[in-house]
Ligand binder design. Structure first.
Ligand code: EPZ
Length: 419
């Protein structure tokens, strides 16, 4: 088991490049199943979750190959419509192959994705949408089977703007007969990236980035090549780390438009954030941040995937802050670990009340999910003394060469093997 050992106190300074977005690459890899032939996807980060999705696609008989940061997927023929249980259990995003398999082959059998540390993570909205498109869905023995000779367009209202449900339904609708309208759809940049990929394959998706999607089904799609959008969550994580360590960091390859909520919150906290003409973002701080309140919301609101990281920043603020998590029901697992480092946090229902401290102290802590892991690394960067963050495999699911990038801009952090 590996751990990261961090000696706190260094300020992050210099330039660091953000990679392609994990949460765009995963649905786009699944969408490659829709077109017979080989698609290539560029700027795909080297992450455990990407390897898992490649494993799922290989098991379905659509071989994948990686050349640097480009992944090719040959979906000329699909030999199986039953993604392996162990891979679906390992990564919820495997569920994103359901819509494409149903649309391309008319059948799919997949195990119910498990819950995880941050919540039960139901799939009722995915199934509501796919059955509205005409799929016959049966559940039993921990499996879901869906069948459809031909999907037909439908008007679907999502009770919650679920990212995954929007993506699964959009992919299935791209080959359905007629028009599908998804209302209260997710507006995340990764949903827009998937829509752009589908349209590059010949789909007719309109309205991506708004809460109403219109998908005119087509007969067939063509393989294509596509470059994935930069990862706004990696960028936001680095921005927060720069503010917490009172550094001066320029983040390259970020999309300032996607960072509006975190930029606004950092500025509210007294942090200097400037969007450079070349699209990079510079974050600078020379004092502790002010305490500010945050409420996570679906995009364009403050992202739940930056909640834990921002909490680490508020732990060393000069005031009080209240962080409210509205997207997942159990995404405060990092609070107990931060408390071990001297943070003063009180959970009150879906809110955490944080009283900023001048210092945190290094301690042995463990990751509970990938964003909690990033939070603990940020806390370790600002703590006095040494922090050891264990179960680092969570971080490797979503951050490529995390400790290398941080070392390049001044962090004292190394990966060790633990017995
Ligand atoms: C995507 O997960 C992301 N993962 C998550 O990132 C992210 O936190 C989440 O969107 C919210 O932005 C990928 O894109 C691979 P949701 P997803 O469906 O699609 C409820 C990370 O750190 N819901 O928008 O699973 C659900 O329980 C990961 O990179 C239903 O009730 O999220 C949750 O409370 C973590 N029924 C809320 O919606 C459903 O059918 C948001 O879930 C589906 C979801």
């Amino acid at each position: 088991m590996e751990a990261l050992v961090i000696r706190g106190g260094a300020s992050l300074k210099g330039r660091v490049r953000v990679g392609g977005a994990k949460n765009a690459a995963l649905p786009i890899m699944a969408a490659a199943l829709l077109a017979p032939g080989a698609s290539t996807i560029e700027d795909v980060p080297h992450l455990k979750d990407v390897d898992t999705m490649s494993g799922v696609l290989n098991a379905l008989g659509t071989p994948t190959a990686r050349q640097g940061s480009t992944i090719s997927i040959d979906a000329s023929s699909i030999d199986s419509t039953e993604p392996p249980y162990d891979l679906v259990r390992a990564m919820r995003a495997s569920f994103l192959v359901m819509g494409p398999l149903l649309a391309r082959t008319g059948r799919v059998t997949i195990s119910l994705p498990g819950g995880c540390a941050i919540g039960s993570r139901p799939i009722d909205l995915h199934l509501k949408g796919l059955s509205a498109l005409g799929a016959d869905i049966e559940m039993g023995y921990g499996q879901i089977s869906a069948r459809a000779d031909k999907l037909s367009g439908a008007r679907i209202y999502l009770d919650f703007p679920s990212v995954g449900a929007t993506e699964n339904i959009m992919m299935a609708a791209s080959l359905a007969q007629g028009l599908t309208v998804i209302e209260n759809a997710a507006q995340e940049p990764e949903v827009v990236d998937l829509a752009n990929f589908l349209n590059a394959m010949g789909a007719r998706v309109r309205g991506a980035g708004t809460n109403v999607l219109r998908i005119e089904g087509v007969e067939a799609l063509e393989p294509t090549s596509y470059m994935v959008v930069p990862d706004r969550i990696e960028a936001g994580t680095l921005m927060i780390a720069a503010a917490a360590t009172m550094g001066a960091l320029t983040i390259e390859n970020a999309v300032p438009e996607h960072m509006k909520s975190i930029t606004a919150k950092l500025r509210e906290a007294g942090v200097y954030v400037v969007e450079d003409v070349d699209g990079s973002i510079t974050v600078q701080a020379d004092s502790r941040p002010d305490g500010v309140d945050v409420k996570t919301m679906p995009y364009p609101g403050f992202p739940t995937d930056l909640q834990a990281q921002f909490m680490a920043l508020m732990c060393v603020s000069s005031g009080m802050s209240v962080i409210t998590e509205t997207v997942f029901e159990n995404r405060f697992m990092h609070v107990a670990e931060l408390a071990r480092m001297g943070a003063s946090i009180r959970i009150d229902g879906r809110s955490a009340v944080i009283e900023g401290q001048e210092h945190l102290s290094g301690a042995q802590v463990r990751c509970t999910d990938l964003r909690a892991g990033a939070c603990l690394v940020i806390a370790g960067l600002v703590a006095q003394g040494v922090t050891e963050v264990s179960e680092v495999y969570h971080i490797d699911r979503g951050y490529e060469r995390f400790e290398e990038k941080l070392t390049q801009v001044g962090a004292d952090i190394e990966r060790i093997e633990k017995a």
